[in-house]
Every structure is written in structure tokens, then in C-alpha cells.
Design a protein around this ligand. Structure first.
Ligand SMILES: Nc1ncnc2c1ncn2[C@@H]1O[C@H](COP(=O)(O)OP(=O)(O)O)[C@@H](O)[C@H]1O
Ligand SMILES: [Mg+2]
Length: 252
């Protein structure tokens, strides 16, 4: 049986999409079937894996139309890596969903046989704790939280942890925290080192050993529609995501 991970943090620009795409590709490279499901109307994971913003069917059809997530999976250029594309319609879905009784369980229901087909399913969440993220947290077994190594990193984490506790109590008792991964770390700055130290002292068991460095190779890879392990296999960013994949698999 496969595992479903929500890649979540209500802050934007912390590396959720980058982590969903590159962690997914790295786990696939290790020999497992992986599905990246894009739940953000911005469609960044979809574009980063070489697709357009106008794919149909999309995760919108799973949430609103009840189509199975596995049924919309498309093979990507990377072996064993599949994508459930997003579409801009998802922007409206947040509003539509909020009006439907029991919307929280829509994605969970749409998982169908996803866990049988994919050992890892990574749900790339939008930057809010709105209905789409709630649906993802209800469908998921684990939540993986990317945290950017910058001054306000800890701000918002308390709120996120409270939300996770609430979801666990009310909607999804299975939900566990897989861990927090520090992203965009610039080891040359004292700030990044201090933020890392602070995160590790606040959450000693939660922060992954792997730290993802700030890397131009990582940030430019989406413009080629490929994950960093394909775009720049010898780069530090590629090594970091491969190492993170081993840690995530070891904790699974
Ligand atoms: N390790 C990294 N090094 C350099 N740039 C990064 C790194 N991780 C993410 N980025 C860039 O930072 C921006 C925000 O990342 P993204 O993954 O889209 O965040 P989120 O999905 O949380 O909004 C993107 O432009 C992305 O390319
Ligand atoms: Mg994103």
C-alpha cells in the first residue's frame, strides 16, 4: 500500500512545489512509482514537469467532478514519475468546495486506487489553509512541511501545527507529520545558519537532516520542464533532493 503526503505550508514561496516535483522525481529515480498531484491554481508543479496550464482532466475534475486521481495521471519525461495536472479552474474550486457539505473528504474519496498504483503520492498544496489544503490534509497519511531558511520562517509554523492538530482531531486521525525540510538555505549567511539552529532546537525530531541549498540549478529547472536531477544531475541541489528522498523513504 502506498503513502500519500501533503506538501503543505500556508506561506507562499517556501519551496512546496519545488519539493513536490524534485522529491517526487528523486523517489521515482530510486525505483518507485510516484504521483505528483498539483492542487494549486497557479499550476506551477504542472508546468515544472513540462505540461501546460490548460490540461484536462485536472485535479479540479477530481475535487468537483469526483473523477479518480489515478485516472487523470499522466506519465512525465521521467521514468516512473506521473503527474495529476492542475488547472486555473482550481481558483474557483476553493469557493465552490467551501459550499459543499463534506467537501473536506472529496479528495480522500477521489484517491480511489491511487495507493495501489503509486507507492508515493505527493499533493502539492496552495499557499493557504483554505479548502484545497484542508482536502489534501484529510486525504493524506503524512504532511511534509518545507520551511524557507529566512527570518520569518518560524512565524506561521505554530498556526500550521495547530491546524494539523485540529484536522487530526476532527477529520483525519491518521495524519502524521513526516517532517520539516529546510529549503533555500544559504550556508554563507549567518541568518540561514541561525534559522536552521532555531528550527532544530524547536523541533528536534521533525527537521530532516537534509538541508536543500539555495541553488540556481533548482530555480531554473522548471523553465526546462524537468526536475533538477534531470536538468543538472551533478549539482548540489540534485544531491540534496536525492538525499531527502532516502530520508523520506527511510521514515515511511
Ligand atoms: N533551493 C532553492 N534554490 C533556489 N531557488 C529555489 C529553491 N527552492 C525554490 N526556489 C524558488 O523559489 C520560488 C518559490 O518556490 P516554490 O517551490 O514555488 O514555493 P511554493 O510552492 O511554496 O510557493 C520559486 O521561484 C522556486 O524556483
Ligand atoms: Mg507552489
Amino acid at each position: 500500500m502506498g503513502y500519500v503526503y501533503a506538501i503543505a505550508n500556508q506561506k507562499g514561496g517556501v519551496g512546496k512545489t519545488t519539493t513536490a516535483v524534485n522529491l517526487g522525481a528523486s523517489i521515482a529515480a530510486a525505483g518507485h512509482e510516484v504521483l505528483v498531484a498539483d492542487l494549486d491554481a497557479q499550476c506551477n508543479a504542472t508546468v515544472a514537469l513540462g505540461f501546460s496550464r490548460a490540461e484536462s482532466p485536472s485535479t479540479y475534475d477530481c475535487l468537483v467532478g469526483g473523477i479518480d486521481l489515478a485516472a487523470i495521471a499522466r506519465p512525465t519525461a521521467e521514468s516512473r514519475l506521473w503527474l495529476a495536472p492542475a488547472s486555473p479552474d482550481l481558483a474557483g474550486a476553493s469557493v465552490e468546495l467551501a459550499r459543499i457539505a463534506g467537501f473536506e473528504h472529496r479528495l480522500e474519496t477521489a484517491l480511489g486506487d491511487t495507493r495501489e498504483r503509486f507507492l508515493f503520492t505527493l499533493l502539492d498544496c496552495p499557499p493557504s489553509l483554505g479548502p484545497l489544503t484542508v482536502s489534501a490534509l484529510v486525504a493524506a497519511d503524512r504532511v511534509l512541511v518545507p520551511v524557507q531558511a529566512e527570518y520569518f520562517a518560524l512565524e506561521g509554523l505554530a498556526g500550521l501545527l495547530e491546524t494539523l492538530e485540529l484536522i487530526r482531531r476532527e477529520l483525519n486521525p491518521r495524519l502524521e507529520i513526516a517532517g520539516m525540510v529546510i529549503t533555500m538555505h544559504d550556508g554563507r549567511t549567518r541568518l540561514a545558519r541561525d534559522v536552521e539552529k532555531e528550527l532544530r532546537s524547536h523541533f528536534p525530531d521533525l527537521v530532516f537532516d537534509t538541508v536543500v541549498p539555495r541553488s540556481i540549478r533548482i530555480s531554473e529547472a522548471p523553465s526546462f520542464g524537468r526536475p533538477v536531477i534531470a536538468h543538472a544531475p551533478a549539482s548540489a541541489g540534485s544531491a540534496a533532493y536525492l538525499k531527502l528522498a532516502r530520508e523520506v523513504a527511510a521514515r515511511a
